[in-house]
Write a protein that binds this ligand. Sequence first.
Ligand code: HEC
Length: 410
Amino acid sequence: MTNYLSNYFFEWSELLVLWLHIIAGIAWIGASFYFVWLDDHLEPVSGPEPGDPGVAGELWAVHGGGFYRSRKYRVAPEKLPPTLHWFYWEAYTTWISGFAMLCLLYFRDADIYLIDPAVMALSRLAAIGIAVGVIAANWIVYDGMCRSVLGRKPKLLAVAIALMTVLDAWGLCHVFSGRGAFMVFGASLGTIMVANVLFVIIPGQRELVRAKQEGREVDPVPGLKGKQRSRHNTYFTLPVLFAMISNHFAMTYGARENWLILLAMSFAGACIRGWFVARHKPEGRRGLKAALPAAFAAVTLVCLIAALAPTERALGARRSAAAPVLAGSAIMTIVKQRCAPCHSNRPAAKFGFASPPHGIVFANLHDLRMRRAEVREMLSSDTMPPGNVTGLTNKERAEILRWIAQRARK
Ligand code: HEC
């Protein structure tokens, strides 16, 4: 009972932390999208009042039943206002709750979410150590590159960052389960984004404010550095969001060359964001140039959709023609042993679930029939059982797939 109770409370903490993570993430990314958009839509000050010469541009908007007028200063206003709003807790809260999720799910249940013995037989401690190490190393390498001479060559820097992500995707997918690899990839980029806010963007702004308060000449360098980091964050956003939702789509992380899928989705995400940005720039609102990244993204997605389309072989249908199909009772024996320890109304406590994952229970053949499409996807991509903790053999896997192909519809 105590095991069930503690699993039950863990499930609540997962729910609450995930909820917080999503709320904070929406607030952070929403504000970040808004400010990029705002910057790109500034117009010369208009209207009857004399303009402040320090103002670079302004923007009028109507929202929620009122008119808003935002102005951006070239460097800083003559006098700082008494109240100045900052935006950073959204980013920090997203990271803190995200790291908590990583600990609650991926580290606590590393055997299920992070490790796949078919990829690499890792101990739990080694897996957690590698994940944390990769996340930290990514930031150190990225930050080092930005501070090096590369930092002054934005195009070269972008290529170097892209190479780093290729190495990440390839390396992680050859160490962890697909699901775990995608998550650690997303967590690494997400960590870079938050660390950019914490270590570069906000300190730059603090320096700006301090210089103003002390009546010093404002040094533009910290601001420019912050701008560069914030540009990188813009392009990381969509890849990170994909990585965070990828665990619902076994067809992506469970694919054979899953690292390529991860990179292609990241590329498409960065292009889509690039398209938003280009479209909002005054010169991009007309003409076709802004549509180029959108076209790259569309072509990439179409290629991915074609590449991942299930084949006859993957569906277990071809081999099934020759070989006899096991009887339903024999299939249920396999399922009881390999799936039901988790997918039952009372999951085995050692796996850490208080209730069946996704509410999926395999108590009889009917349950299996009802879920045949999902089961086929899970088994043909080797994603269930996670980390193969119940030791499903290849033969058993093939038997279930064959049964689904031949008998599940009847
Ligand atoms: C160690 C526990 C465990 C075992 C054993 C296990 N599963 Fe799962 N299963 C899970 C978890 C956890 C999820 C939810 C994954 C997620 O959060 O996306 C899941 C989800 C699923 C889903 C739904 C996937 C989706 O995307 O909606 C199917 C179908 C499934 N399992 C089938 C199976 C089959 C078939 C077996 C046996 C061959 C099996 N599982 C064995 C833990 C297990």
